[in-house]
Design a protein. Sequence first.
Length: 257
Amino acid sequence: MAATMTGIDFGSAWTVVSDAERGLLLDEPTLVARTRGGGVLATGRRALALANRPMVEVRSPIRAGLVDDPTGCVHLLEDLLVRAGTARGMPVRLAVPTDASPYDVAVLAGVVYSVTGAQPVTVPSLIAGASGAGIGAEGPEMVCDVGAGLIEFGVIEDGALVAATSTPVGLVEFERDPGRALHDWMSVPDRVLAAVPSRTRSALAGRPVRLIGGGALVAGVGDQLSSIWRRRVDRLKRVRYSVATGLLSMFAAPLPA
């Protein structure tokens, strides 16, 4: 029997595990609950339920899309894959931040390998998200993934990433201090467009920025970005699971909208 493909999207706030045959398996908070002595009590929603307990520390092992606590990431992924019923050794595709360093990608991949026993195929999250949302296969498109811990912005053409950047200021910072977050986001498109060929830049004139990611669902985010970027901003359908869908786009059944 052919091995099915597992997709893993570690987010700063949510981790999504999907399967080429079964679709969406788990969509859980990226949280680990520990005792003050360091013992792991729970992960995901079970950890969230312990957030106000005395002598319990609940935190995310992922910061801005990168591993902040490798041991916590291992505990989280072990628990999620057991609950998902995913067999060890199955092929894995792993979403990684678009401009993560080789070291950061190696750390993410190492966490997955230690749990699954499979060396994951890494896919830049903007490529996966654009594929899952059905954009960038032909003419150039500007894509922005709004996450809890960072936003990623890139230009995709013919399924390839032409240029991209990210900033470690995400929806959490926006909700805490909108003015400061918008200030940090203001120059993001200009940085990317300065790096693309002039032909591509001309083709993008007047085209909207396509929003994906869970943060795109928050009321007002698209309008605020449109205002500071002075560009039309469109939120695509199925943005919540566009990365998960894209990771398995060659194999997977559609995930929920």
